[in-house]
Design a protein around this ligand. Structure first.
Ligand SMILES: [Zn+2]
Length: 133
């Protein structure tokens, strides 16, 4: 089921990038219980299928009053919170792009300035890996 896998990878990218934000939002709707996000992290750590854990987290966020749930954190322009500011160009062939170190999610990043530090995967604490386009 390649489609379902891709969908999970996109949701995982939200966690990879916005873990702290998601955890904070989650706690505010569950009276401090962050077990739904911990289940996602455990599945990633153990190499298990993360789709179920992601669905669970997504559902809890929705029940908490956020109709977008996990998808609201997406960075591809479809997410409300992650809306890309105007004027940011995408990298062209030959340039470098940075990807999730574990290769488990669809997150990508590229520096806007040469001095910009490379961010890390929030799930593993490992810096994103460089890839030439
Ligand atoms: Zn990642």
């Amino acid at each position: 089921m390649a489609d379902e896998r891709g969908y999970a990878a996109e949701r995982l990218a939200a966690v990879c990038r916005h873990l702290e934000e998601i955890r904070r939002d989650l706690r505010s709707v569950t009276a401090g219980d962050d077990s739904p996000v911990e289940r996602v992290l455990a599945a990633v750590r153990d190499g298990d299928d993360v789709a179920d854990a992601l669905d669970g987290l997504h559902a809890v966020l929705q029940v908490g009053g956020d109709p977008w749930g996990l998808d609201g954190y997406a960075d591809d322009g479809s997410g409300l919170r992650g809306m890309r500011p105007e004027g940011i160009r995408r990298p062209s062939p030959g340039e470098h792009v940075y990807l999730c170190p574990g290769g488990r999610c669809t997150r990508s990043w590229w520096p806007r300035r040469a001095t910009e530090p490379v961010p890390e995967c929030r799930m593993s604490g490992v810096a994103l890996r460089r890839k030439r386009l």
